[in-house]
Ligand binder design. Structure first.
Ligand code: NAD
Ligand code: UDX
Length: 469
């Protein structure tokens, strides 16, 4: 079985870059990325792509119109393809059973039903979205109900491990690619067909093949373990602040143990992004559903610690500013959930700024990549009349860090953008109210140097303000 024509359903942060890299590395395969969102598809076909990822433009512009296409005609491209990636969103459910925890599988089901309805030849259907363990079973039931002697479906699980901001390098040189299949003859043949696609550029030893359920669970497990490391170091950051230990030194010292390793031990204001919180809650819900409450509560603590870290930072800011920030100007540098992306989903900045607004502070925000409209949308409470107007009265979106910091009482680093490391802090200090407070939620600044300038500095996980404020 040789794959010649791929359709990717879902032109988002995963579907877009993943399918584009496949087209880039496999000139012999036609790849069409489909979405029901016309605006998104138009953007993929324009000069300004709908998502910002370093290196993405080069990949897309190199093969768009040759073997890479974008379309809203999902049915046509399902029908033409021999392999279909389902890369649609699986957000946390907002209402109904499992609300606030379970993954909303409505989009996966809709895409699967579309495939079942329009396919007139056999297809390999690949679950690319992150889903609870055994979702492939539901997809199978829907597809089997529509299969005939001439139309057969094989289902694979091929979760995506890319991180935003490094999606292109992650896709070009992944630590591993994981492909799960049913252990039947036809399942294994389908698995081999996808292995052959990735083998165009990935060494065979980096392509792991497992059964379907291991593959599905491995994705949730990987995100849970990564998030757990961040919550662990953040829990320790609170101990550091109370004892005089320095969390960077602790992370370095423990990370030198090769059994622990140094990555994902950077203390912060809390993890954000579209995956960690969603996938942990997904695992928590799965564990409860499997009648494993102790397991569920264990993983839930990773999420709760992240919430605690954000609240702890806000409390520290308010208490340092003499227990009130009412009518004070708070400058927030960074709104994206991490550097090198314009994505704001679950960004710690949203929680922090909403809390500052609640305290009637005026918040000046600067982020080099996030669209202004996105900031207004994230800060408005859905369904509250006139809320957007209230948001606009309480925040100003600035053109640079200097404008945000002018006359501010406090400057807060929320996203670790590189440009924040090399700002002219002498100039910022002169322009701020005195005392000029600076809170580093990302541990990226040279605190001793800033103190020499005159700033009152607090860094997460460092006992910074002792005897100084
Ligand atoms: P996204 O919201 O950016 O994109 C999903 C796209 O699917 C949207 O454009 C939506 O319009 C489209 N869509 C939904 N239903 C459709 C349908 N029936 N037909 C056609 N198009 C449809 O989401 P994303 O960030 O790309 O995530 C996709 C999946 O990948 C999720 O399950 C997520 O958990 C997982 N994942 C995300 C990341 C990440 O960094 N964002 C990393 C690994 C895995
Ligand atoms: C994550 C996983 O890394 C990726 O493998 C998966 O496919 C999707 O989810 P992503 O959310 O894009 O990727 O970014 P990631 O780099 O993991 O960062 C997530 C959050 O954790 C960010 O807010 C980041 O700032 C924070 N983080 C990360 C820390 O606070 N400390 C760290 O040491 C690492």
């Amino acid at each position: 079985m040789t794959v010649k024509n791929i359709c990717c359903i879902g032109a988002g942060y995963v579907g877009g870059p993943t399918a584009a890299v496949i087209a880039y590395k496999c000139p012999d395969i036609k790849v069409t990325i489909c979405d029901i969102n016309q605006k998104r598809i138009d953007a993929w076909m324009s000069d300004k792509l709908p998502i910002y990822e370093p290196g993405l433009e080069e990949v897309v512009f190199a093969c768009r119109g040759k073997n890479l296409f974008f379309s809203t005609d999902v049915d046509k491209h399902i029908e033409e393809a021999d392999l279909i990636f389902v890369s649609v969103n699986t957000p946390t459910k907002k209402q109904g059973l499992g609300a606030g925890m379970a993954a909303d599988l409505a989009y996966v089901e809709a895409a699967t039903r579309r495939i079942a309805n329009v396919a007139k030849s056999s297809k390999i259907v690949v679950e690319k979205s992150t889903v609870p363990c055994r979702t492939a079973q539901s997809m199978r039931t829907i597809l089997d109900a529509n299969s005939t002697d001439n139309v057969k479906f094989d289902i694979l699980s091929n979760p995506e491990f890319l991180a935003e901001g490094t999606a292109i390098p992650d896709l070009l040189k992944p630590d591993r690619v994981l492909i799960g299949s049913l252990q039947t003859e036809s399942g294994k043949a389908a698995q081999q067909a996808l292995v052959d696609v990735y083998s165009h550029w990935i060494p065979r030893e980096n392509i792991i093949t497992t059964n379907l359920w291991s593959s599905e669970l491995s994705k949730l497990a990987a995100n849970a373990l990564l998030a757990q490391r961040i919550s662990s170091i953040n829990a320790l950051s609170a101990v550091c602040e109370a004892t005089g230990a320095d969390v960077d030194e602790v992370a370095y010292a423990v990370g030198r143990d090769t059994r622990i390793g140094s990555k994902f031990l950077k203390a912060s204001v809390g993890f954000g992004g579209s995956c960690f919180q969603k996938d942990i809650l997904n695992l928590v819900y799965l564990s409860y559903s499997l009648n494993l409450p102790e397991v569920a509560e264990y993983w839930n603590q990773v999420y709760l610690m992240n919430e605690y870290q954000k609240k702890r930072f806000v409390k520290k800011i308010i208490s340092t500013l003499f227990n009130t920030i009412t009518h004070k100007k708070i400058a927030v540098l960074g709104f994206a959930f991490k550097k090198d992306t314009g994505d704001t989903r679950e960004s710690a900045a949203i929680t922090l700024i909403k809390d500052f607004m609640q305290e009637n502070a005026h918040v000046a925000i600067y982020d080099p990549k996030v669209e202004h409209e996105q900031i207004y949308m994230d800060l408005a409470e859905p369904g509250v009349v006139d809320n957007r107007k209230q948001v606009q009265e309480k925040i100003t979106i600035c053109k640079d860090a200097y404008e945000a910091a002018k006359d501010a009482d406090a400057l807060i680093i929320v996203t670790e953008w590189d440009e924040f490391k090399s700002l002219d802090y002498e100039r910022i200090y002169k322009d701020m109210q005195k005392p000029a407070f600076l809170f580093d939620g990302r541990l990226i600044l040279d605190a001793p140097k800033l103190r020499e300038i005159g700033f009152k500095v607090h860094v997460i996980g460092k006992n910074a303000l002792e005897g100084r404020a």
